[in-house]
Ligand binder design. Sequence first.
Ligand SMILES: Cc1ncc(C[n+]2csc(CCOP(=O)(O)OP(=O)(O)O)c2C)c(N)n1
Ligand SMILES: [Mg+2]
Length: 326
Amino acid sequence: MPLSKELKKEMFWMMLLSRRLDERAWVLHRQGKIAFHISGIGQEAAQVGAVYALNKGKDWLVPYYRDLAMMIAMGMTPTEFVMSLMGKAAEPTSGARQMPSHFSLRQANIVSHSAPVATQSPHASGIGLGIKLDGKDEVVLTTVGEGSTSQGEWYEAVNFAAIHTLPVVFIVENNQYAISVPQEKQMAVSNAADKACGLGLDGFQVDGTKVFEVYEAVERAVEKARNGGGATVIEAKMYRLTPHSSDDDDRSYRTREEVEEHKKRDPILLAREQLIEEGLMTEEEYQEWEEKAKAEVDRAVDEATKAPYPKPEDAAFPVYAEVKHG
Ligand SMILES: Cc1ncc(C[n+]2csc(CCOP(=O)(O)OP(=O)(O)O)c2C)c(N)n1
Ligand SMILES: [Mg+2]
């Protein structure tokens, strides 16, 4: 389905809001107000483009830790995200029991993942099998980084989905690094998508810095899955513009020149240029959106700061049965 003007603008708004929120998380970390942040900066086009191909509330999403822009586009509020960074009781993923960015959102069919990378991939295939057995026309979309496609779990999940013609779209967000390890030290193929054909599936590459191109590719795969055509692997190529996480110093394994070069293809700049070129947005409107995004992020930080921490006596729930004293 071609995207309307309104939808294109909405997608750009989701990218912009996520970017400004993500940047604030880095500031909060450097201010000592949060313990950890893992960033999606540079990956927003792939994330927003992919989830706009879903039927929200009906389809399923099994994301990974960089998918902040996906989460914002699927309805997680900036306040909820900042609460999760601060470990506040009302954060929706786990009530502050999980690391930040191990996203989930029950009302949006978004399923949490564990810290070992790629363990979410078999969960996605399992959900796909459930959908097939129930005869429903729902679709599962799941993501991993390119490094994670070297994990056994990823192969097992893709293999299983291929054998059983399951309605799963496997997205690989190829940001060219797995922490300090560049792609050529992670795999002997040039494209993670090439791995799909050995498992009997179609694998496509898409420019992960172009939001509307990602949307088109994922939409085709989602519709194929919905119509009984089975799974697809889509590799979105982009670049991780920040260090791996707030605990990483990327100067030890890549040059500043390399990072600066990739900033020229920042997905926010590319989408903004395209919208202005197509006459869908003016420069003034963009500046207003910047103000609006800043105000939303300010409000989120303010609200999350005021929100209460979990009660110490709730710490063991729901892992242990309630202990009754006296
Ligand atoms: C099984 C496992 N091994 C190692 C780690 C440590 N680890 C966390 S993120 C990461 C890099 C993953 O790289 P990639 O899949 O490319 O995703 P990216 O972080 O680049 O988005 C590693 C090795 C882990 N979490 N799980
Ligand atoms: Mg990577």
